[in-house]
Design a protein around this ligand. Structure first.
Ligand SMILES: NC(=O)c1ccc[n+]([C@@H]2O[C@H](COP(=O)([O-])OP(=O)(O)OC[C@H]3O[C@@H](n4cnc5c(N)ncnc54)[C@H](O)[C@@H]3O)[C@@H](O)[C@H]2O)c1
Length: 316
């Protein structure tokens, strides 16, 4: 099978590329290399096209040669989206539209990467696919990332309903693994770098906000399952199963990496300015995906041990 992966040079895309290559598939990647790194793809048998998903003619041409489309490219993360609001919304809308239009005309199936960010500040013990989105006011730029991903979701589902486009949506919750950069605020690579270099681990506020991290190998099992078994026009939450507070996460990383780093508490305002509103809790209900046979294998400890070992190997 020939896959076209947009954003394939990024964290999730590089791992997915490796896995699909191991299974004998052919991979083409469209990536503008803003956060993705070509070096992760070096020596791999992939076709890398450096370009932007907003280039309609290029997207259409690349879709022609592919059997299956995986759309990951966007401005990723709250911190980046806050700084690049126009680009975030433009890429989410125009990029996704280009892929959907080409997929429709050429009758190709497409996997769309959604995000738990679309649930916003909803407070529930866990969130299921049919739960509401609860976003803050538009003068808070920290909701830009959520809005961009919500646009991708709505556009994809509208194409499914109105044009019969063959779409499947995987809604990722905080994914962790090697290759994840710490350069735009991702908490696990940040904490690991700080722990391994003896710097203070920077925890926002009192660290009582919680997240549920999913290890990349489990997440890729989920992506493959959705592609193989998922229903067209369906959304699947895709994440881990152990909720943890950010303070407990910092302590765990210090312990697992045998570090003596201290923990420093920083107010959101100091890190992000007044334009920021935080999500207190994020736990996925993954029952829909479990019904397809999804069964994550990595505990948080096991995942962190793997990632810490990778970071140590890179540093040494
Ligand atoms: N990592 C997570 O925890 C997480 C959680 C929820 C959703 N997601 C979603 O998964 C997808 C992949 O995220 P990731 O963590 O691998 O991020 P990433 O930043 O590592 O990867 C994104 C890739 O897209 C590329 N890109 C950005 N804009 C582009 C454009 N206009 N044209 C072409 N390429 C472009 C970047 O260079 C990068 O290689 C994204 O859609 C993201 O919203 C990720």
């Amino acid at each position: 099978m020939h896959y076209l992966i947009t954003g394939g040079a990024g964290f999730i895309g590089s791992h997915l590329t490796e896995r699909l290559l191991e299974k004998g598939h052919q991979i083409s990647i469209l990536d503008n290399l803003t956060t993705g790194q070509a070096k992760q793809l070096k020596e791999k048998n992939v076709q890398l096209i450096v370009g932007c998903v907003t280039d309609r003619e290029l997207v259409s041409r690349l879709v022609t040669t592919a059997d299956y489309l995986i759309h990951l490219a966007c401005v990723v993360g709250v911190r980046q989206a806050m700084r690049k609001g126009i680009e975030t919304l433009k890429i989410s809308y125009l990029g996704t539209e280009n892929l959907l239009e080409a997929a429709t005309l050429q009758q190709k199936e497409i996997f769309i990467a959604s995000s738990s960010a679309i649930y916003g500040k909803i407070k529930r013990s866990s969130v299921a696919e049919e739960d509401d989105s609860l976003l803050g006011a538009s003068d808070k730029a920290s909701w830009l990332y959520s809005v961009g991903k919500l646009v991708e979701d709505h556009l994809s589902l509208a194409y499914f309903r109105e044009r019969g486009t063959k779409i499947k949506i995987g809604r990722f919750f905080n994914v962790i693994g090697s290759y994840q950069t710490d350069s735009y605020g991702m908490v696990v690579p940040n904490f690991i770098r700080q722990a391994l270099t003896g710097s203070a681990l920077t925890v926002y506020e009192d660290g009582s906000q919680t997240r549920t991290f999913g290890y990349i190998e489990d997440i890729l099992d989920g992506v493959e399952l959705i592609i193989a078994e998922g229903a067209l026009g369906q959304v699947y939450n895709l994440g881990g199963f152990e909720e943890i507070s950010i303070l407990e996460l910092a302590k765990k990383i210090i312990s697992l990496s045998s570090s003596s780093s201290p923990i420093e508490f920083i107010p959101y305002r100091a890190a992000f300015g007044s334009n920021f509103e935080e999500t207190r809790k994020r736990v996925p209900n993954i029952n829909r995906l479990r019904q397809l046979g999804y069964s994550p294998r990595y505990s948080l400890d096991a995942a962190l041990r793997e990632i810490i070992a990778h970071h140590k190997a890179v540093i040494s």
